[in-house]
Design a protein around this ligand. Structure first.
Ligand code: MRU
Length: 348
């Protein structure tokens, strides 16, 4: 089953807030509730939220009953802004919405409102289908970097759940496993929302890939002790120079990997590469509700004092100098990333 899919004129998504305890599908009929679901992380992971927003725009099309093309386009424009503002860091969100809007605006004057609604839905469906195909191509390229017997450290969740299906970094690990390589995964639990402990571990169980969960602050120990041969992570936005924004904690993992000579590989579809940003300091970084940090319980008790304050930075930027290579669907890009990423995205 896909993480995000269109069925019975509705957008349906796996509710990732309650996994692995419960597996539930939630349905959406309007774009505003899709934007809210992205904010609340019912759906999360850069490519998955891109596809969800694209389908959200299709829902916006059906919300407006108007037969006037200009009324419909105006409504889609407003819905685009709402969907794009749901989360700031993952560029796939704006990329997918802009791509769908481009189709609608491109044919605007020539087609009826009904035809535009259909074209918008078709483009959203194309984005979802392409995501799966792209992930499998990335996985083929990335699996070549994994040797039989490797132990790899993985951060956050980059699997089928973070995409429409198959996954990015976890997709690489899954492909290596399916090729018959023995691969063991050290799963960073990924504080504070525990995407590793909850979602990555759940996926690895289903693929039959051996893993152990570690707390985020254990990664340095395993790297220094020579007990991990590679690190694989995803990205929410990668700048033109190869600076990689990803889930908070990725930068510290990359520092420890570099200090110990362990290769560090982000797995990044070209839809996540933002060539308009020269470097990673320009990437907008999401800060979420401190309650996600403060709400933690230990032995059934709240951990923090009643009036404690907290910060909840959701992403960090790993500088390109700590990155060994970036896996894309168009091949593995090596430094200097200014040229190799441009070639991966534009073909020149
Ligand atoms: O806050 P999340 O769970 O949406 O963050 C997800 C990540 O950081 C992933 O590593 C990233 O989206 C790339 S995975 C396809």
């Amino acid at each position: 089953m896909r993480t995000v899919f269109w069925e019975d004129n509705q957008l349906k998504m796996i509710d990732q807030r309650i996994l692995p305890g419960r597996f539930e599908i939630v349905s959406f009929r309007d774009h505003k509730s899709v934007a809210q679901a992205i904010k609340d992380m019912v759906v999360r992971g850069a490519p998955a939220i891109g596809a969800a927003a694209a389908f959200g725009l299709a829902l916006a099309g059906f919300e407006s009953a108007s037969s006037s093309t200009s009324d419909l386009l105006a409504h889609l424009q407003t819905a685009s802004a709402t969907l794009k503002s749901a989360r700031p860091t993952a560029v796939n969100l704006a990329w997918a919405v802009d791509r769908v809007m481009g189709v609608a605006a491109g044919v605007g004057g020539e087609r009826s409102a009904e035809e535009i609604r259909r074209l918008v839905l078709e483009e959203a469906q194309r984005i979802a289908d392409e995501d799966v195909e792209i992930n499998k191509r990335m996985a083929e390229h990335g699996a070549q970097l994994i040797n039989d017997g490797d132990t790899v450290i993985h951060h956050c969740n980059t699997g089928a759940l973070a995409t429409v299906d198959w996954g990015t970094a976890l997709g690489v690990i899954r492909m290596a496993h399916e090729q018959g390589k023995r691969v063991h995964v050290l799963v960073d639990e990924t504080r504070p929302r525990l995407q590793g402990a909850r979602l990555t571990a759940w996926e690895l169980e289903q693929y039959g890939i051996p893993y152990e969960i570690i707390t985020d602050n254990m990664a340095g120990y395993f790297l220094k002790a020579g007990k991990a041969q590679k690190c694989f992570v995803g990205s929410d936005r990668t700048a033109a120079n190869g600076d990689v924004a990803n889930k908070i904690g990725t930068y510290m993992l990359a520092l420890a990997a570099c200090d110990n000579g362990v290769p560090f590989y982000p797995v990044v579809p070209t839809s996540t590469i933002d060539l308009s940003l020269a470097h990673g300091d320009l990437i907008p970084i999401e800060e979420r509700d401190p309650q996600e940090v403060l709400g933690l319980e230990f032995m059934g008790e709240r951990v923090t004092p009643k009036n404690a304050k907290a910060r909840n930075i959701a992403f960090d930027v790993t500088p390109a100098r700590l990155v060994t290579a970036i896996v894309t669907e168009n091949g593995v890009a090596y430094p200097p990333f200014e040229t190799s990423l441009r070639k991966a995205v534009l073909g020149k």
